[in-house]
Design a protein around this ligand. Structure first.
Ligand code: FMN
Length: 167
């Protein structure tokens, strides 16, 4: 395989940017910026997220069995960069970001325009990221988008010329 062609072809897949959050109820709270996310079913509403298998986030998501996907808006670049690093809880914030617990126990970022709470149904353990298949059990719209919802999401291409995750 041509490694350059593989990298470039795979980087042609467009991505939104989200913050995955989880709390295992035993003091382990996590938040990670992720892009490998898609809906996979209408009924029940399912999503799939690829989570780095050796990350702290993966451990917390597995232990919690629930997580939230916090949607980022176009003006949330800073928030995306904050959660490229492991998150820390301090003064009731997640790495300085205010949050509250959803009904599932998953943290909901106050500044995210929308979020879904999800229950893990299955994990496909293949490769260096494992695919977490989860059912959407609650949804929140803090700031309803003015136009198309998918026009409001922060995208990988909004993060700068050199930011990629994929390839
Ligand atoms: C542009 C970008 C996109 C990312 N997308 C994902 C992703 O889809 N899944 C994932 O598990 N990690 C992704 N990461 C890595 C996580 O943001 C990072 O591993 C995590 O925040 C580190 O914290 P942790 O070790 O506590 O999990 C991405 C990183 C960058 C820079």
């Amino acid at each position: 395989m041509n490694a350059d062609a593989k990298k470039t072809a795979l980087r042609m897949i467009p991505y939104g940017i989200y913050v995955l959050t989880a709390d295992d109820g035993k003091g382990n709270v996590t938040a990670a910026t992720v892009n490998w996310v898609t809906q996979t079913s209408f009924a029940p509403p399912l999503v799939a997220v690829a989570v780095k298998a050796d990350s702290g986030t993966y451990q917390v998501v597995k232990a919690a069995g629930v997580f939230a996907l916090n949607m980022l808006g176009k003006d949330h670049k800073g928030l995306a960069f904050t959660f490229f690093k492991p998150a820390a809880v301090a003064d009731g914030t997640l790495s300085g970001q205010p949050y509250r617990k959803g009904d599932s126990g998953a943290p909901l970022l106050t500044n995210a325009p929308a979020a879904v709470e999800c229950r893990v149904k299955q994990i496909v353990a293949e490769g260096d990221h494992h695919i977490v298949v989860a059912e959407v059990i609650e949804a929140h719209l803090t700031t309803p988008p003015a136009g198309r919802p998918d026009a409001a999401i922060l995208e990988m291409k909004d993060l700068g010329e050199n930011v990629f995750y994929g390839g």
